[in-house]
Design a protein around this ligand. Structure first.
Ligand SMILES: CCCCCCCC/C=C\CCCCCCCC(=O)N[C@@H](Cc1ccccc1)C(=O)O
Ligand code: ZN
Ligand code: ZN
Length: 515
C-alpha cells in the first residue's frame, strides 16, 4: 500500500502512467476471470432441477424386515477364494424364497452364475430397445477389525434413532434388496417392461469380482446394453467448505487399481547385535517413508476432475467460484487446498495407501524378511505400469523386490449425453428435489469394470444422501442407512424401471428439455 501511495503522490509522470496502465490491465484481467466464472461457466441444463418430484411408495415393516434379515446373513469376503461360502448359499436361498414371485414371473429368468452370483433377466416386450443392467453385490467386507468398536453388533441390523446399523447397509445390500423390492412393485403395477432388464448380483465384489461379475459378463457374451448402473458415489453434502448444495455425484468414470507387495530379504540374527543398515524392518520403513513424502503427481486441469470441479464451481460463493472456474491459472492454489482433504485429493492423483506391513517372528530375533503392501487407486490419465515405475523410482533401493498382486487399468469415461445418464439424473431430481447432479469420478472399484464390453455407458451411483463424515463408514465402523434412505432407494429404482421403459433413444432430448 505504501508503494502505491508513494507512486500516486510522486511527481514522476512516467511512473504514474505505468501504474495507471497496470491497474487497468489488472482490472480487465480480473473482469475476464469473473466473466469466465459467471458467464462462461453456467450451471448447464443438466444441473437445473425443474423436474416435478414423483409420488413415492411408503415401505412397510415386511420390506424393512426383509432388508434387515438380509443384513444378518454374514456374507463376508476375506480375500479372493476366501469367503463365507455357506453364508453366500444361505443368502441365495433367502433371496430365492423372499422373491420367489419375481423368479416365477412368466417373463423372468434367474441364472445362478459360477455357483454363487445371480443374474435376473426380465424379458421386455419391445425387442428393438436395448436392454440395460443394474448391478449390485451381496458380499461384504469383515466387521471385526482390531479397533472396530461398533455401536451394535454389525450383523444384528439394529435400528436406532431412524438408522439401521449393519455391515452391508451402504455397501451394497441396500441397492440389491432395493432393486428387487422396486422390481416387484414395478411388475405388479405395470406388468411386462418394454425394455429388457438385467439385475446382476455379484458374490465376490469385495474380493475383486473375478469369480462373480467377471463370470456374469462372460455369460452375457455379446449382449449390447443401453447402460449399466452399479454402486458408486452418491449424494454427498458438504464435501468441502462452502459447498452447501447437496450434489449427486454420478460416477461416469472409474479409477484404476494396483496392489503391489514390496519385500526385502536380509540376514537375521540376535537382536542384541542389530545392524540398522541390514535391518529388514528399517529398510521397508525407509521405503514407506519415501512413499509418504512423494505422493503421485496431481493431474488437476488435465483429467475428468476438471469437469467435475468446474461444474461444482457454479454452486459455490464468489471467490471459490472464480477460483474453480479458472483452474488454468489458479491450479497451484486449488491443488494445495484440495490436497488437504483425502476425498478431494483422491480426485487429483493416483492415491497411495500402505495397507499391510509384515515382519518379525519374535521380540529378540532380528527378522530376515519384511514386506508391505501398497494399494493404489490410479488416476484415469495413468496406467498400472506408470504407477509402478514411479514407486520404484521413489523407493530407489535395489534390495527391495516387488510382486504385483492385482492390477486394473482405469476405465474409459462414459458420455453424460447418453440415455442412461439422462435417466439417472432425471430420476435423481424426481426423488431428491433440491439436489444438483454432476458427473463424477468413482474413486473405488466396482463390478461394473467387467461390463465394459457390453456398453460404453457405465455409471456408478448409489441413490442415497450422505454427509461427508458418513463416507468413513464405508468399510468402516457403524455402517448405517436411514429407513427413509432405504425407502428413497426403492423409489429411485422403481422410477429407473419406469423412466427407462418410458424413454427411448429419441426421447433423450425430451428428457433433457424437462431438466
Ligand atoms: C468433490 C467430489 C467428491 C466425491 C464425493 C463422493 C465420494 C465417494 C466416497 C466413497 C465412495 C464409496 C465407495 C462405494 C463403493 C465401494 C466399492 C468397493 O468397496 N470396491 C472395492 C472393490 C475391490 C477391489 C479389489 C479388491 C477387493 C475389492 C474397492 O475398491 O476396494
Ligand atoms: Zn461395494
Ligand atoms: Zn466395498
Amino acid at each position: 500500500m505504501k508503494i502505491i501511495t508513494k507512486i500516486i503522490n510522486s511527481n514522476n509522470k512516467t511512473m504514474k502512467k505505468i501504474f495507471a496502465c497496470l491497474s487497468i490491465l489488472f482490472s480487465l484481467f480480473f473482469l475476464f476471470l469473473v466473466y469466465r466464472a459467471y458467464v462462461v461457466n453456467q450451471p448447464c441444463k443438466h444441473q437445473i432441477k425443474i423436474v416435478e418430484s414423483a409420488s413415492k411408495f411408503q415401505i412397510n415393516n415386511e420390506i424393512l424386515n426383509r432388508f434387515k434379515n438380509s443384513l444378518k446373513i454374514q456374507t463376508v469376503s476375506y480375500g479372493q477364494n476366501n469367503q463365507n461360502f455357506s453364508a453366500l448359499k444361505d443368502f441365495i436361498s433367502f433371496i430365492q424364497t423372499e422373491f420367489s414371485d419375481i423368479e416365477a414371473y412368466k417373463y423372468a429368468k434367474l441364472d445362478i452364475i459360477n455357483n454363487y452370483s445371480l443374474l435376473y433377466k426380465i424379458q421386455g416386450s419391445d425387442l428393438a430397445l436395448k436392454p440395460y443392467l443394474l448391478a449390485a453385490h451381496f458380499d461384504v467386507v469383515p466387521a471385526d477389525g482390531q479397533n472396530d468398536n461398533w455401536k451394535f453388533d454389525p450383523f444384528s441390523a439394529t435400528t436406532d434413532e431412524g438408522f439401521i446399523y449393519g455391515r452391508g447397509t451402504l455397501d451394497d445390500k441396500s441397492s440389491m434388496l432395493g432393486q428387487l423390492e422396486a422390481l416387484r412393485i414395478f411388475l405388479k403395477k405395470n406388468g411386462q417392461p418394454r425394455r429388457t432388464i438385467y439385475l446382476a448380483y455379484g458374490h465376490d465384489e469385495e474380493a475383486s469380482g473375478y469369480q462373480g461379475a467377471k463370470s456374469i459378463a462372460k455369460f452375457l457374451g455379446n449382449t449390447t446394453l443401453e447402460f449399466v448402473l452399479d454402486e458408486g458415489t452418491m449424494i454427498v453434502e458438504k464435501v468441502f467448505k462452502g459447498l452447501d448444495t447437496p450434489l449427486a455425484y454420478i460416477g461416469s468414470t472409474e479409477k484404476g487399481y494396483l496392489t503391489v507387495k514390496f519385500f526385502v530379504n536380509t540376514t537375521g540374527g540376535h537382536s542384541s547385535m542389530p545392524n540398522p543398515e541390514e535391518s529388514a524392518i528399517f529398510i521397508v520403513a525407509d521405503a514407506i517413508s519415501k512413499m509418504k513424502k512423494n505422493k503421485h503427481p496431481s493431474f488437476l486441469g488435465y483429467g475428468p476432475e476438471t469437469t467435475l470441479l468446474t461444474r461444482i464451481a457454479t454452486n459455490l460463493g464468489f471467490i471459490k467460484r472464480v477460483l474453480l472456474s479458472n483452474i488454468w491459472i489458479f491450479r497451484p492454489a486449488i491443488e494445495f487446498i484440495l490436497s488437504m482433504n483425502p476425498t478431494t485429493d483422491s480426485l487429483l492423483r493416483t492415491t497411495t495407501a500402505v495397507t499391510i506391513v509384515r515382519s518379525g517372528v519374535k521380540e529378540n530375533v532380528l527378522p530376515s524378511y519384511a514386506e508391505f503392501y501398497v494399494n493404489h487407486r490410479i488416476h484415469s490419465l495413468q496406467s498400472c505400469k506408470e504407477v509402478l515405475d514411479y514407486d520404484l523410482a521413489v523407493i530407489n533401493d535395489k534390495r527391495i523386490n516387488y510382486e504385483i498382486i492385482d492390477c486394473s487399468e482405469p476405465i474409459k469415461t462414459s458420455s453424460i449425453e447418453s440415455l442412461g445418464y439422462s435417466i439417472i439424473e432425471h430420476t435423481t431430481y424426481q426423488i431428491f428435489p433440491g439436489v444438483s447432479a454432476v458427473p463424477s469420478i468413482m474413486i473405488a472399484l466396482t463390478d461394473s469394470r467387467f461390463y465394459t464390453n457390453l456398453t460404453e455407458n457405465i455409471y456408478r451411483y448409489l441413490p442415497i444422501r450422505l454427509l461427508n463424515e458418513d463416507l468413513k463408514r464405508y468399510h468402516g465402523v457403524d455402517e448405517r442407512i436411514t429407513t427413509q434412505g432405504y425407502e428413497d432407494m426403492i423409489n429411485f429404482y422403481y422410477l429407473i424401471f419406469k423412466n427407462t421403459d418410458d424413454a427411448h433413444l429419441d426421447k433423450t432430448r425430451e428428457l433433457r428439455n424437462e431438466l
